[in-house]
Design a protein. Structure first.
Length: 177
């Protein structure tokens, strides 16, 4: 009885190995053309990224200047309170404290709103950049007849399948138009 169990396990193992070798042989016979793209490198080196950052800078520079002016006003009031508070009348000191607290509260609200608005716009620009990269990858893959291109989540890709430089060239060409 023990021999039959071992024989069954051996037959099962041979069947599984045969199936695996068959699948490998089938994949090799298909002669697939596979490419891999380094997402981090593309996102870092694409010229469209610099354009997006410049667009954000221009869009938010006025609000940033206003925020800096508000910070200076709040700091000036706080400095005055620290410098003159001890020699001021009690009522004047309390009024100045309320002004400082109100100014700091307003400033905090402005900073939070600014940060939220900036993050929303940055994410919009990032999504647009990702769309541009995806379109460039698809365009290159179709032009060069790739069967499969992997983009995010690649742990390793040899130089033979890495098409990042080609996609980057395409993005630069599209940017210069």
């Amino acid at each position: 009885m023990v021999r039959v169990g071992k024989l069954f396990k051996l037959i099962t193992l041979v069947s599984v190995l045969s199936l695996n070798w068959g699948m490998i042989a089938t994949a090799e016979s298909l002669d697939l053309k596979i490419g891999a793209v380094n997402a981090v490198k593309l996102l870092d080196e694409a010229p469209q990224k610099d354009v997006a950052l410049e667009r954000l800078k221009k869009e938010f520079e006025g609000r940033n200047r206003e925020l800096i002016a508000q910070q200076k006003e709040a700091q000036a009031l706080e400095d005055k309170l620290n410098r003159d508070g001890a020699i001021m009348r009690e009522s004047d000191r309390e009024e100045l404290k309320r002004k400082v607290m109100g100014k700091n509260r307003d400033l905090k609200r402005l900073q939070d709103t600014f940060q939220e608005d900036y993050n929303i716009r940055r994410n919009e620009e990032f999504r647009k950049l990702q769309e541009d990269i995806a379109k460039a990858i698809i365009s290159l893959a179709e032009k060069r007849k790739y069967d499969l291109v992997v983009y995010e989540g690649v742990i390793y890709a040899s130089n033979r399948v890495d098409i990042t430089a080609d996609v980057l060239k395409l993005l630069k060409a599209q940017h210069s138009r």
